[in-house]
Design a protein around this ligand. Structure first.
Ligand SMILES: C[S@@+](CC[C@H](N)C(=O)[O-])C[C@H]1O[C@@H](n2cnc3c(N)ncnc32)[C@H](O)[C@@H]1O
Length: 276
């Protein structure tokens, strides 16, 4: 579970420092998600990126749809700083990034012709009211497109790695904000239809999660895992004295998955599309 105050501070700060390796891990998924977004993205009007993080989904949409205005919102000031720097570097003039909590930041008049998110919607404390607020901010018929993880058991980059460290990733009982909160199709359908969305389509997206690269891809992966995601929680829970041995076990496990100079794991996501 990762809470809003954690995203605003410690977790958001680490994601901001690690945006390059995070984007690398999701690059193969982004290819699929961006294609799904472009299938329904209008040529003009206004779009919102929900929990935009360091901004990659907004920026790619901004370049593909130069006449569409895009607002990216995220809880983390550090991530918004990175997203703004990237927008300036890319001279993307049709995208703005602001610190703000979804749905409050969106306002309550229907002004968005598209809402997108790469893995940003599984962290709402109250997903029912969040999706109701998102829908209220969308124009009638506007598309919502987001990605989220399927079950932990289908994501060995997390579940198998945690097991190799002696831990377990149990499915949450009921809803708890976190990477696997939307693993069940039924949860997604229930939340979206309950909020008034229609035409809900949920497609499986299998992709390569790139955890490490380079001459020592296992150490690169171990360093990334220690800082970000579900494995980092195992390290946070361990004592200072136990961490070096834990790091060695992690590196040894990851080394068994390295091929040449890359460390890839199979990963499983949903790409969800619905209409307001
Ligand atoms: C897994 S990260 C994904 C970030 C980004 N979309 C990406 O693909 O790199 C989830 C993001 O959602 C943001 N977030 C969570 N709850 C939010 C909320 N209620 N409003 C705005 N952002 C939120 C977090 O701060 C975090 O940056």
């Amino acid at each position: 579970m990762t809470t809003a105050p954690e995203w605003q501070t410690r977790v958001g700060d680490v994601w901001a420092a690690e945006w390059r390796r995070t984007d690398r891990s999701f690059a193969d998924l982004s290819r699929l998600l961006d294609a799904a977004i472009l299938k329904v993205a209008p040529a003009s009007g206004r779009a919102v990126d929900l929990g935009c993080g360091a901004g990659v989904t907004s920026l790619s949409l901004a370049s593909a749809r130069p006449h569409l205005a895009i607002d990216g919102y995220d809880l983390s000031p550090a991530l918004i700083d990175v997203a703004r720097e990237r927008a300036a570097e890319q001279e993307a003039s049709n995208v703005t990034f602001d610190v703000g909590a979804v749905p409050a930041a969106l306002g309550d008049t229907p002004r968005y012709d598209l809402a997108v998110s790469r893995h940003g919607v599984m962290f709402f404390d109250d997903p029912r009211s969040a999706f109701a607020g998102i829908r209220a901010a969308m124009t009638p018929g506007a598309a919502l497109v987001f990605s989220c993880f399927r079950a932990a058991a289908e994501n060995p980059w997390a579940a198998e790695t945690i097991a190799a460290l002696g831990g377990r990733l149990d499915p949450p009982r009921g809803y708890a904000p976190g990477p696997f909160a939307f693993a069940e199709r039924a949860t997604i359908v229930d939340l979206l239809t309950g909020a008034g969305f229609g035409d809900v389509s949920i497609a499986a997206a299998d992709y390569r999660y790139r955890a490490g690269e380079g001459l020592d891809a296992a150490s690169d992966g171990a360093d990334f895992y220690r800082r970000i995601g579900p494995v980092s929680k195992v390290f946070a829970a361990a004592s200072e004295a136990d961490r070096p041995a834990l790091t060695q076990r992690l590196r040894a496990h990851l080394a068994t998955h390295v091929q040449g100079e890359v460390l890839d794991f199979p990963a499983a996501a949903w790409i969800v599309t619905a209409r307001a």
